[in-house]
Design a protein around this ligand. Structure first.
Ligand code: XIL
Length: 386
């Protein structure tokens, strides 16, 4: 239950406690700090102004609260934020029917105080489902090696659950989220639809159009995205996402954009990212790089460091070159806090800042790109504030 509400007046972050019983006063949240005003002139967020592109980061809200240097970099360097985890279903509905938006609200308040836009991540996904829902699911593998998830809940119940989740979460943040990743990772590498429980319940990919429609009803201003990884490379998965986007547009489903996660690895070649961004943009969609990081096998040699820097440079250049590319988000910024070592054993060094939160050459490279690239100015894309 929320007993108080932060009213953020201008950039000052004044907290007004409304109708709050005396016992709750001590627990009133401190206003989110406005740290962006002292942002240096060479910060990413200030250098990005001429292009109108928003440069963002995923945010770990525990670190935001515990580590002042982390909060300072978040506020001073970036003008868009994504919740790394706290808007995922497992966090916002830990028990069935019990909603908890406290951590996400703190991030949104921080963003408001620091004139940042918010990317909402993510509403419909096969992963990080609440344990009460995950407990109903068993996973097998089909002949092609793709995962098949089956829930013991009837299709009608799964459908009602997803609808309620989308409506409640988008409704909660109405007017405060710029872009929503409505559906995340709906395809396998071979381009076949991922057979998760939503696919099961709908008997196909019809859940995708429904989720976009529900999200649009709940917040007509928010920009609604389909988001996936490895669609930076031309191939069956990117083609499948492209066919989906085209079909949704043709059916007048309220999709506004496609997010390219852009989790890159220097052991592979650099993807044909700009061409892929452009072909989706040519459908009349916004595009975004939503989770950029560049990982390598550790330890990083000088040659690998140079390759990482080159990949970072090229990811930003690709976005700047495509007028409809409206945001560029790094998946966190400190190597000590990255998801990479836990997910890809032996790999790391994927971020812009090192283990001690000192900027690495890839950070300087992004500054250089922003300083030297004459990019078309992005049209105001509305939705959310800041
Ligand atoms: C990751 C987070 O970074 C981790 O902290 C968490 O344990 C698992 O999820 N694609 C996505 C993100 O869309 O939500 C994932 O984030 C990384 C891959």
């Amino acid at each position: 239950m929320r007993l108080s509400r932060s009213l953020l007046v201008g950039a000052l972050g004044v907290t007004a406690v409304l109708c709050t019983p005396a016992t709750a006063l001590a627990a009133a949240p401190t206003p989110a700090p406005s740290l962006y005003r002292s942002s240096p002139a060479d910060s990413l967020r200030r250098l990005d102004h001429p292009s109108g592109l928003r440069i963002g980061t995923a945010v770990n809200t525990d670190l935001l609260a515990s580590t002042p240097q982390y909060a300072q970099i978040t506020a001073q360097q970036f003008d868009s934020v994504t919740a790394e985890n706290v808007m995922k279903w497992e966090v916002v509905e830990p028990q069935r029917g019990t909603l908890d938006f406290a951590a996400a609200d703190r991030l949104v308040d921080f963003a408001h105080a620091n004139k940042q836009r918010v990317r909402g991540h993510t509403l419909v996904w096969h992963s990080q489902l609440p344990s009460w829902l995950q407990a109903t699911i068993t996973s097998t593998t089909d002949a092609a090696g793709n995962r098949v998830d089956t829930s013991s809940l009837p299709a009608s119940e799964l459908k009602a659950l997803l609808k309620k989740h989308v409506q409640e979460e988008v409704g909660h943040f109405k007017g405060r989220v710029w872009q929503w990743d409505v559906v995340n990772e709906a395809f396998n590498e071979d381009g076949t639809p991922r057979q998760d429980v939503w696919y099961q319940a709908w008997g196909g990919t019809g859940y995708i159009a429904d989720a976009f429609r529900w999200a649009h009803e709940a917040d007509p201003q928010a920009k609604l995205f389909y988001n996936d990884y490895n669609i930076e490379f031309t191939g069956p998965k990117s083609d499948a996402a492209f066919a989906l986007a085209k079909q949704l547009k043709a059916q007048r489903v309220p999709i506004d954009g496609v997010g390219f996660q852009t989790h890159l690895d220097t052991q592979y070649g650099f993807p044909d990212l700009q061409a892929n961004l452009q072909r989706f943009a040519d459908l009349g969609l916004f595009v975004a790089e939503t989770e950029v990081d560049v990982r390598s096998t550790l330890p990083v040699t000088a040659a690998v460091q140079a390759k990482q820097t080159s990949y970072w440079t090229q990811t930003l250049q690709a976005c700047l070159a495509v007028e409809n590319c409206i945001s560029y988000t790094a998946w966190g910024f400190g190597d000590a806090y990255s998801w990479v070592p836990g997910t890809f054993p032996g790999q790391g060094a994927a971020n812009l800042y090192d283990e001690d939160l000192a900027p690495k050459p890839q950070y300087t490279a992004l500054q250089d790109v922003l300083r030297t690239t004459r990019a078309p100015h992005r049209a105001e894309s509305g939705g959310g504030w800041a």
